[in-house]
Design a protein around this ligand. Structure first.
Ligand code: B12
Length: 316
């Protein structure tokens, strides 16, 4: 197992290994999650395959990477746990771990203080979401998978985070208005709303009118909101595999109610959307965006300028 520790010592490979603890991923998922450039990522993957740490499996046209054995996964999980309890290297790493600890312990005022310190340091909204909240929720997921916290603590941390996001959006609120409307929601049985809410908050701060429907929205109610508010964009998030069939059906229904005159854009985010992007595009989605920064820097300006999404904006 010494070879696993050797790989773990290098920060990019450590990032890749950490991502695979949640399950197998393809190059696109890993680029989105690690922000490594694709050639760089591919060379790390090739190296770890040669060393027998990772294995690659072809599913359709996609190649998915995972740990070569359950023992290797266990070594990586333990090494990650050790890293998580030792001092972190950067200020935001440390802050996200502290935030996660406070959130699972129900210490909302400490979460607020951490946020205040980032406001005081002039952190950007996307910087706080990507640097603090996303990694903090990964800690929560990791501790839950290791049975270090229970389901109640996972729920509590999520609820606190949603309240912290209210503070974030208020902090960055502007009087700017653009004549654009977005409807955002998750389909039936889908409860992972935090990522979608980040996209909603970003649009709101950019001056869009946003109608955030939340999670577990029945198809016909979703469609009815779209008919009533005539949005420019409809955004969904698909995070768990078990919601895939229902989300694809929702996209088909949304696509079916579009007319030439009211051709709103349909976009999908979340890691499951990244994995199944061809299916989402075939069902009628215009773009898949699993990364908040790419969404903010590339997709939103394009919709604002041209009224439509960049042509086939694939993940990330
Ligand atoms: C918090 C959480 C929950 C909460 C959600 C609360 C809430 N209000 O959202 C609760 C407790 C309800 C929950 C329930 C479940 N969860 Co859960 N959950 C998590 C956890 C710990 C964090 C998710 C999160 O909020 N991350 C923070 C957000 C910001 O990150 P994100 O969603 O990836 O979003 C980023 C991008 O994807 C993107 N994005 C996402 N959506 C969109 C949309 C648009 C338009 C755009 C532009 C971008 C975008 O932007 C974000 C920033 O980059 C993860 C662990 C993990 N490692 O992810 C598991 C996890 C997602 N859950 C999982 C599962 C299996 C479940 C359950 C089925 C059972 C369970 N084990 O509890 C249930 C049922 C869920 C359902 N059917 O919807 C699995 C999913 C595996 C899979 N891919 O199928 C995970 C990965 C845990 C695991 N390793 O098993 N969960």
């Amino acid at each position: 197992m010494i070879r696993v520790y050797e790989e773990f010592a290098e920060s990019s490979r450590r990032q890749i290994l950490a991502e695979l603890v949640d399950g197998s991923k393809n190059v696109r998922d890993l680029v989105a999650a690690t922000q490594l450039k694709q050639p760089n990522l591919s060379s790390h993957l090739a190296r770890m395959r040669e060393k027998g740490i990772l294995t690659a499996t072809k599913t359709g046209r996609e190649v998915y990477y995972s740990f070569a054995t359950p023992e290797i996964k266990e070594v990586v999980s333990k090494a990650l746990a050790k890293q998580m309890t030792s001092p972190c290297h950067t200020c935001l790493d440390e802050a996200s771990q502290q935030y996660a600890k406070a959130a699972v312990n129900g210490d909302e005022s400490q979460c607020s203080e951490i946020l205040d310190s980032l406001f005081a340091a002039n952190a950007t909204m996307i910087g706080i979401y990507k640097g603090l909240i996303v990694p903090a929720m990964r800690y929560v997921g990791y501790w839950y998978s290791e049975h270090e916290i229970d389901a109640a603590q996972e729920h509590m941390a999520s609820a606190i985070t949603e309240r912290m996001m209210m503070r974030i959006v208020q902090h960055f609120a502007t009087t700017k208005k653009v004549d654009r409307t977005a409807i955002l929601g998750c389909g039936p049985g889908s409860f992972h709303v935090i990522g979608l809410r980040m996209a909603s908050d970003y649009l709101r701060v950019c001056g869009w009118k946003t109608l955030f429907l939340g999670g577990n929205v029945p198809h016909r109610c979703f469609i009815s909101q779209v008919a009533q508010h005539k949005p420019d964009v409809v955004l969904l998030s698909c995070k768990a595999e078990d919601g895939l069939a229902s989300d694809l059906e929702l996209i088909r229904l949304l696509n079916g109610v579009r007319t030439k005159e009211e051709r709103f854009c349909i976009g999908v985010g979340g890691c499951c959307a990244g994995k199944h992007q061809d299916e989402f595009l075939a069902a009628g989605a215009d773009f898949i965006s699993t990364d908040l920064e790419t969404f903010a820097n590339e997709v939103v300006p394009c919709i604002e300028k041209k009224g439509k999404a960049p042509k086939l904006a694939k993940a990330p």
